[in-house]
Design a protein around this ligand. Structure first.
Ligand code: MN
Length: 270
């Protein structure tokens, strides 16, 4: 068998990986044309031990290694990329943009995932009731693990037995601006806002527009924030987009259609 190692994504060198079977890392290899993307145990699934990987002609490209984005460690540790079609975040997509996405997620409990592109990842909150356009409505937002930038485009079905199993819809997406950028004498980055626990952003989505504030009210492992519509020309107490605008801005489909079409795809009907 010829193994060709195409990517090495780890905080370790390949030698360290081979020497230390317990070290946490993430590998992306091409084995006889099949991409294996995920944790060490996936290499095991493909019938290769890490020792035999090294002995069977893996080319050591660790010097050209892509540094692993440590912010995604929790995200990766929760998922088996063999069975879910969610992105692993190894594509090396560049940071620099300012986009947001709100995904409607029909998991064990229906909720909305609000994600802001900050410093190369999607900083994420689970918002049980979704965002409101009414400045009088505070919506609970629970901070969850950072997601890879590729998640901006993810719509589909996560298998039932996987983490977050259920249908995911791109409910809204677009660019955003940091409204606190010019706060004080020095420039105030989104990272600063996250740390301070106060974010003010201008969303240019299809469903949601205008200023939105997020305020941290409780720290801990899953910090609690409140999301509130700021008062501006886009504030509207009568609109209730969460209940009246239920289709994907990416595909025009509702949750049922996404689930049905994905199921058909899997059994080869389409
Ligand atoms: Mn979710």
């Amino acid at each position: 068998m010829n193994f060709i190692l195409t990517h090495w994504v780890s905080t370790l060198t390949l030698q360290e990986f081979v020497k230390n079977p317990d070290a946490p890392c993430c590998v992306f290899v091409l084995v006889n044309g099949i991409a294996i993307n995920g944790e060490r145990r996936l290499a095991g699934h493909a019938g290769i031990s890490h020792k035999s990987m090294f002995n069977c002609g893996f080319q050591d490209v660790s010097k050209r290694a892509i540094p692993m984005n440590d912010k995604l460690e929790t995200y990766r540790s929760k998922r088996d990329f063999h069975s879910t079609r969610e992105p692993s975040g190894n594509s090396g997509r560049r940071k620099g943009g300012r986009r947001f996405v709100i995904q409607k997620h029909d998991a064990s409990r229906l909720h909305y995932d609000f994600r802001l592109e900050i410093d190369g990842v999607l900083v994420s909150w689970a918002v049980p009731k979704g965002l409101s356009t009414d400045p009088g409505e505070k919506r609970l937002a629970i901070r969850t693990e950072d997601h890879p930038l590729e998640y901006l485009d993810f719509e589909g079905v996560i298998p039932k037995d996987e983490y977050g199993g259920g249908t995911v819809m791109i409910w809204d997406t677009g660019p955003y601006r940091n409204l606190l950028a010019n706060r004080g004498k020095d420039s105030h980055s989104m990272e600063d806002s996250l740390e301070d626990g106060l974010i003010e952003v201008w969303l240019d989505g299809e469903k949601l527009r205008g200023g939105f504030a997020l305020k941290r009210t409780e720290g801990g492992k899953k910090p609690r924030w409140l999301a509130i519509k700021m008062k501006d020309e886009h504030a509207d107490a009568r609109r209730n987009p969460v209940s009246t605008e239920t289709k994907s801005v990416a595909s025009g489909r509702d949750l049922d259609e996404i689930a049905r079409e994905e199921a058909n795809e899997q059994v080869g009907l389409t």
